[in-house]
Write a protein that binds this ligand. Structure first.
Ligand code: ADP
Length: 262
């Protein structure tokens, strides 16, 4: 009976959410949150309604990237209201639940799962075209519970985006992510090889070329290379939408078109 109540609650919470996409990475610091948040800005600028759920409990960075660190989520009769970023873009993050922004979080599994359950059952998103879920690095309890809860509506997760860097260490982890997706029957819609090349003036210096490309044929088809770009870094720090600010044909053309292609 408890399970039924739980899945009814997820169903009610996700009722007006058209598509749910997980953003995954094997390791931390590879740009998972960057991709999530900048993709959210880009999709919102196309007139879509986007929600970002930041369940990276130990290192939530969405509030900084959206420039809303001073905000909190509020309870209302219809549930928790997400923090409004701009027209068509709202966010819920673990960071809003902590007292000080710099507080270290050491939470054990059951508590993490409890919070994820609350996020997936009690947030009043309203109508969303996409819910992007920024997950912690790796494939742990949080991922499994997120996928399980989201199955309550029968549709489950619509797809996953896997973010990696060109280094091999991180690639080995990506294989783990891919096999996780296979196991939970979640379609991988994109693999982003982030910081694929280093931009220094006019010259591009390549990192080791292996990385993101060293995966199966199917994945090659959906591989997108996002270069390291100081303007992208600045936008993330200042809580600005990168593709809108720099546009196509400007100094950050490569990164802009890579993000748009994702
Ligand atoms: P993760 O979510 O995987 O831990 P982040 O998205 O927080 O990683 O990225 C780590 C840092 O690297 C951030 O400061 C981010 O702004 C920066 N960064 C990520 N990707 C790029 C990029 N392509 N160009 C420039 N800076 C980047």
């Amino acid at each position: 009976k408890a399970k039924k109540l739980e899945s009814d609650a997820v169903l009610a919470c996700m009722e007006n959410v058209q598509r749910k996409v997980l953003v995954l990475s094997g390791k931390g610091g590879v740009g998972k949150s960057t991709v999530t948040c900048q993709l959210a800005y880009e999709l919102a600028s196309r007139g879509l309604s986007i929600g970002v759920l930041d369940v990276d409990i130990c290192g939530p960075s969405a509030p900084t990237m959206f420039g809303v660190t001073d905000r909190q989520i509020h309870h209302s009769r219809s549930g928790w209201s997400p923090v409004y970023v701009k027209e068509g873009l709202s966010v819920v993050s673990t960071a809003f639940m902590l007292e000080g922004g710099d507080e270290a979080v050491i939470w054990r599994g059951p508590r993490k799962n409890g919070l994820i359950k609350q996020f997936l059952t009690q947030v009043d998103w309203g109508h969303l075209d996409y819910l992007l879920v920024d997950t912690p690095p790796g494939t742990s309890d949080e991922h499994i519970s997120t996928v399980q809860y989201l199955r309550a509506d029968g549709a489950g997760v619509d797809g996953a985006i896997v973010v990696t860097t060109p280094e091999e260490v991180s690639m080995a982890d990506v294989r783990k992510e891919l096999s996780f997706c296979k196991k939970v029957k979640c379609d991988v819609v994109g693999v982003v090889e982030n910081m694929a090349q280093f931009k220094s003036g006019v010259e591009k210096v390549g990192f080791r070329s292996k990385g993101g490309e060293d995966v199966s044929e199917k994945v090659k088809e959906i591989l997108e290379k996002l270069p390291l770009d100081p303007n992208l870094l600045a936008c993330c720090e200042n809580g600005e939408g990168f593709t809108e600010k720099y546009g196509e044909g400007g100094e950050s053309e490569e990164a802009v078109s890579a993000l748009k292609a994702i």
